[in-house]
Design a protein around this ligand. Structure first.
Ligand SMILES: Cc1ncc(COP(=O)(O)O)c(C=O)c1O
Length: 434
């Protein structure tokens, strides 16, 4: 009842393009660990973590204490006109973790602003408005970032300050190169990149931006090494590489701290957001110093890197490193992937199981292999019915995304696997009966 009434008010005052999950949307009233309780008293295991943002989980004492002590100083905000100790300390940590020599950091409030900043830096540095992006990409909701979004369902406007050329490689499952070996797939993408640069650009491209695993695009995971090979071509033309780690950063992929590290390459800039603040609004760019310092005018973010967000983010990053959550993501991610691959073998409605660490996707397909968004919608409802929250995505809206807090326990992983197994069986039956 509480949800229904709030939904009516939501619909009348919020934009119609602001999508809500579930036929009967829910509000989180309280949460702890990896579980959330809704306004009507139902508790769920959360496998989407506020879109990969509650990376450590809910009600984490170390983070709440850090935020509380900042509140207790009376300074919630000062602006970038003044020194902020937690901001500098966080920047130093991220610069070191980035692997970019002598890196510098600029903080924003979101992933969109982080990518807008990276695009501004690259286009200024190279004095070019040309950008290369991957098909099936998502980088944010402002003009430049919508301009480089390669998913029709998230392309709200055609207006763009950048000129984009689209490159193959991120989304292998529906790629024309899908049946090639890993090595040949990489070779085909390298040839495509070279042809795109030579035939669709004026040659002096500013940068290429990539998600190491495409998030909104359905956790599309290219073969390791792909971006390293693409970077060799970019280097021939002096084109910068920006790695959008808004979803793949902070060890979520398990094997590496940044998703791009699976490709044996250090990018010129990394953009980040989501998991860093464990729910506090913070994002940013870490980049080569010549790139970061290339702007010839003042540029600030009033709220970016504010004392509250950076105090919380610092506590969150320390927690993540001290508890080696990356190793936990690798361990439990492998367990989930194995379990889900076994379920998928028995149910052809699951056409693909992919991902790394705690970033796992199920692509749902019809008998002919075509995208099956209705099956994904049904799986979202079936899992919720059984007490598990998951995400949805993909170019065709037919992908289920699993990305729990990285503090997940083995028992919780097994619980989710059991619910997913039952839910996939139910959806497979529904699809057959149609
Ligand atoms: C890879 C990636 N980049 C950028 C963004 C935009 O981040 P925000 O929604 O914080 O603006 C998102 C959001 O989902 C994302 O997944």
């Amino acid at each position: 009842m509480a949800h229904r009434e709030l939904l009516t008010r939501h619909r009348s005052v919020m934009p119609k393009w602001l999508a809500l999950y579930y036929e009967q949307p829910i509000e989180f009233a309280s949460a702890s660990g990896r579980r959330v309780t809704d306004r009507e008293g139902r508790t769920y295991l959360d496998f989407f973590a506020g879109i990969l943002t509650n990376a450590i989980g809910y009600d984490v004492a170390e983070i709440s204490d850090a935020v509380r002590s900042q509140i207790d100083t009376g300074v919630l905000h000062s602006s970038t006109l003044y020194l902020i100790q937690s901001q500098v300390e966080l920047a130093e940590k991220i610069a070191e973790l980035s692997g970019i020599p002598d890196a510098k950091v600029f903080f924003t409030n979101s992933g969109t602003e982080a990518n807008e900043t990276a695009l501004m830096l690259a286009t200024q540095r190279r004095r070019s408005e040309q950008v290369l992006a991957l098909r099936n990409s998502y980088h944010g909701r402002a003009f430049a970032t919508v301009g480089i979004t390669g998913i029709r369902g998230w392309s709200a406007s055609a207006l763009s300050p950048v000129k984009v050329s689209w490159v193959h490689g991120g989304y292998r499952y529906r790629s024309p190169f899908r049946d090639l070996s890993d090595a040949d797939y990489v070779r085909a993408c390298v040839a495509d990149l070279r042809e795109i640069i030579e035939t669709t650009t004026a040659g002096d491209v500013a940068c290429m931006i990539v998600e190491p695993i495409q998030g909104v695009g359905g956790f599309a995971t290219p073969p390791d090494g792909l971006f390293g090979e693409l970077k060799k071509v970019l280097d021939e033309y002096g084109i910068l590489l920006v790695s959008d780690e808004v979803q793949t950063g902070w060890g979520r992929t398990g094997e590496h701290f940044w998703g791009i590290q699976a490709h044996g390459v250090v990018p010129d800039a990394i953009t980040f957001a989501k998991g860093l603040g464990n729910g506090l609004a913070i994002g940013g760019v870490v980049a080569r110093p010549d790139l970061m310092d290339c702007l010839g005018a003042n540029s600030i973010s009033t709220f970016g890197g504010n004392p509250l967000a950076t105090a919380g983010a610092l506590a969150s990053l320390n927690y993540l490193l001290e508890h080696d959550l990356q190793a936990n993501a690798a361990d439990l991610g492998a367990r989930l992937l194995d379990g889900l691959r076994a379920v998928a073998r028995a149910h052809p409605v699951v056409g693909d199981v992919r991902g790394k660490g705690l970033m796992i996707a199920l692509e749902l397909v019809g008998p002919d292999g075509a995208p099956h968004p209705a099956a994904a919608a049904a799986l979202l409802e079936e899992t919720r019915e059984r007490g598990l929250l998951v995400g949805k995505g993909g170019l065709y809206g037919n992908v289920i995304r699993l990305a729990p807090p990285m503090t997940l326990t083995r028992a919780e992983a097994d619980e989710a696997l059991e619910i997913l197994t039952q839910s996939i069986e139910a959806v497979a039956k529904e699809v057959q009966q149609r």
